[in-house]
Design a protein around this ligand. Structure first.
Ligand SMILES: Nc1ncnc2c1ncn2[C@@H]1O[C@H](COP(=O)(O)OP(=O)(O)OP(=O)(O)O)[C@@H](O)[C@H]1O
Ligand SMILES: [Mg+2]
Length: 266
């Protein structure tokens, strides 16, 4: 697809998303303007309920904004026919989630094959590519395991292989290490960094400053609005801001960090 020089990979203008619940309006995103360059690595931070997942869903074309425009590679997503939108979702965008979202009764390799099945890739090629992708994330000896037979980190690596198997240009990750201990989290983050080095545009929602620190840029959402943008290495400024917004979220004790001193013996 032709791409205009200097056109950002993603351009959002005046994106607003409101939900109506029981006659009340929830403003999940309010007038968001943002540009994301091809190959950029962006972290999205903000208090719980600030609109991070809503933003990711809009970017992933899983949800439509109430108003505003979303240009992906120069084309306005809102103007696409549903068949085109399916193609965009399938081939341009990969998604990973905090709770992995693997299909429980499919093996690791079958999970990774799934996007290729929908895209009509022949069976033999599917198996070969999925096996190679699992090997690339260090899971060559786990291909026939079911999700429940994998560790959390292995599940997330499987989910990453699945999300990138059709070589999307954008990867959207919603708290990808939120459910992992720090060492398996690091393995996942190293894979994300490697994919980004290879040119993948990466957007990561996180509460963890160590995750955001790896990004080129951090965008902070509060009440659906972008309130701050800083380089990843200045994430301490974000933490200071969020401490004012959400003091309880920053108390000692790392979430998702089992072991050491957490056993109370009841
Ligand atoms: N489908 C929906 N229907 C109604 N309200 C919604 C819906 N999805 C999100 N919201 C509301 O929109 C706001 C933003 O939600 P969102 O899930 O984007 O927050 P978040 O920043 O991802 O929070 P968290 O850190 O807890 O995951 C919240 O107030 C939420 O209750
Ligand atoms: Mg969320």
């Amino acid at each position: 697809m032709p791409q205009v020089a200097d056109e950002p990979r993603i351009r959002l203008t005046g994106i607003t998303r409101t939900f109506e619940v029981g006659g009340t309006e929830v403003r999940a995103l309010v007038n968001v303007d943002e540009e994301i360059r091809s190959g950029e690595h962006v972290a999205i931070m903000g208090p719980s309920g600030s609109g991070k997942s809503t933003l990711l869903n809009v970017l992933g074309c899983l949800d439509k904004p109430t108003s505003g425009s979303y240009f992906l590679d120069g084309r306005e997503v809102g103007s696409l026919e549903s068949a085109e939108l399916t193609q965009v979702r399938r081939h341009k965008i990969g998604f990973v989630f905090q709770f992995f979202h693997l299909i429980p009764r499919l093996s690791a390799v079958e999970n990774v094959e799934l996007p290729m099945l929908f895209a009509g890739v022949p069976k033999k090629e599917r198996r070969e590519r999925a096996s190679t992708a699992l090997a690339a994330v260090g899971l060559a000896d786990r291909v026939t395991h079911l999700p429940e037979q994998l560790s959390g980190g292995e599940r997330q690596r499987t989910a990453l292989a699945r999300a990138t198997i059709l070589e999307p240009s954008i990867l959207l990750a919603d708290e990808p290490t939120g459910n992992l201990d720090s060492s398996s989290g690091r393995v996942v983050l190293d894979i994300l960094d490697r994919l980004n080095d290879e040119g993948l545009t990466l957007l990561v929602v996180t509460h963890d400053p160590k995750v955001a620190h790896r990004a080129d840029r951090v965008i902070v959402l509060v009440d659906g609005k972008v309130v701050k943008r800083v380089p990843g290495d200045r994430v301490v400024e974000v933490m200071a801001l969020l401490a004012e917004e959400e003091p309880e979220a920053l108390e000692p004790g790392e979430p998702g960090e089992p072991g050491e001193g957490t056993k109370t013996g009841e």
